[in-house]
Write a protein that binds this ligand. Structure first.
Ligand code: ADP
Ligand code: MG
Length: 236
């Protein structure tokens, strides 16, 4: 696909494929087009040209809620977290949006399966013990993991994570890498990252974007050895 903003091509003829159950990363310096790529994948933005196929189905023109129901979820930075709701309420609303549609009137206890799903999602991201705490009172790292829990609660088959460890301490980053490993069973994961270290240990395959074009694509080892990649990363 190609995405233009006026005269700027944020993505130029980017051809990318992810296979079921793979963990793949798109890395690249700031402004490379990584978030634009995710915005297209999740229906936030429409590509200027090109197509997006999911399980063989053309989803290019679908709005983001329809794409979510197809099984593609995305974690934003922390913009999806409702600070004045508890951790459990945050994931429960996401679980509900997928299964029953948004229903403000029904009391949550009417949907025991929704509560179970929400608790399972919290457990996966290590926040079950903090279920009743307000999201605002969680640490930055916990809020980022709650974001992943919210995405998981929609029961995706493809999970898109935009810089999941941004702003985290080294210890939090380590925990989140473990978390992503844990949830990678039965789930296709696409990670957009600035930090090459994080994806090196997590991913089967890495694609390097640079000024909206694919600079390199390969295994972590191939990417590590690639002179073009080394040059781009040394420069920035
Ligand atoms: P990354 O996530 O890799 O840092 P982005 O996808 O956010 O990069 O941005 C790629 C390029 O597109 C940048 O030059 C950015 O300024 C530009 N861009 C992104 N979104 C918009 C927009 N909505 N309008 C105009 N330019 C944009
Ligand atoms: Mg970005």
């Amino acid at each position: 696909m190609t995405v233009r903003f006026g005269g700027l091509a944020a993505l130029s003829m980017v051809n990318f494929e992810v296979k079921r159950d793979e963990v793949c990363a798109i890395i690249g310096p700031n402004g490379a087009g990584k978030s634009t790529f995710f915005n297209c994948l999740t229906g936030v933005l429409k590509p200027t040209s090109g197509r997006i196929l999911f399980n063989g189905e053309d989803i290019t023109a679908l709005p983001s809620n329809a794409i979510s129901r197809k099984g593609i979820a995305r974690s934003y930075q922390i913009t999806n977290v409702m600070p004045n709701a508890t951790a459990l309420e945050n994931v429960r609303i996401a679980a509900q949006s997928r299964r029953h549609g948004w229903n403000m009137i029904s009391h949550h206890s009417a949907f025991p399966d929704i509560n179970e799903k929400a608790e399972a999602a919290l457990q996966l991201v290590g926040l079950l013990e903090k279920a009743d705490q307000l999201a605002a009172n969680l640490s930055h790292g916990e809020q980022r993991n709650l974001e992943i829990g919210i995405a998981l609660a929609t029961e995706p088959t493809l999970l898109c994570l935009d810089e999941p460890t941004a702003g985290m301490s080294a210890a939090e980053t380590h925990d989140t890498v473990q978390l992503i490993r844990r949830i990678a069973n039965n789930l296709t994961i696409l990670i957009v990252e600035h930090d090459m270290q994080v994806v090196m240990e997590l991913c089967h395959r890495i694609t390097v974007l640079h000024y909206g074009e694919i600079l390199a694509d390969g295994t972590p080892e191939e990417i590590r050895r690639n002179p073009k990649v080394q040059e781009v990363y040394l420069k920035t």
